[in-house]
Write a protein of this length. Structure first.
Length: 158
């Protein structure tokens, strides 16, 4: 049986934080605000695989109220979510990710992001698609206030 899940995440850009997306430290004057390392790519993919397996969402397993997750590596959270769905009898097959961000340009980071996400999902890098888009100056993303990420993931029953 094949199942599909959709994930979404967004974070505000703020000074004084590292900018981490898809496990990559992005060179930029601002970073993403959040309880963990705020890696919106890893968060969206985590929600997508959990949703596909009918296993809830990222907040269920990694609640902001728990200090244990403060500044935690979101790629490790993704790995833990994958291990959880493995225990439920599912394994990831692929993920498709769209990052919406005005600045900085992310093209040079996309392949490294795909490799990092694929490694945590246990799939080959070519099973992870990464696209980077702008919001053409519209909304909070267009004004440079934050980043939004959509992810779709496919899982199969073992």
């Amino acid at each position: 049986m094949t199942r599909v899940g959709i994930g979404y995440d967004s974070h505000r850009l703020v000074p004084g934080r590292p900018f981490i997306l898809g496990g990559q430290r992005i060179a930029f004057e601002k970073g993403l605000e959040g309880h963990s390392d705020a890696d919106a790519v890893a968060h969206a993919v985590t929600d997508a695989i959990l949703g596909a397996a009918g296993a809830g969402d990222i907040g269920t397993y990694f609640p902001e109220a728990d200090p244990k997750w403060k500044d935690f590596d979101s790629l490790v959270m993704l790995r833990m979510a994958r291990e959880h769905i493995n225990q439920l009898g599912y394994h990831p097959v692929q993920a498709d990710i769209t990052i919406i961000c005005e600045r900085p340009r992310l093209g040079v980071y996309k392949q490294a992001m795909a490799v990092a996400i694929a490694g945590e999902l246990g799939v080959p890098p070519d099973a992870v698609g990464i696209k980077a888009k702008t919001n053409e100056g519209m909304g909070f993303v267009g004004r440079g206030e934050g980043v939004a990420v959509f992810a779709v993931a496919t899982v199969e029953a073992r």
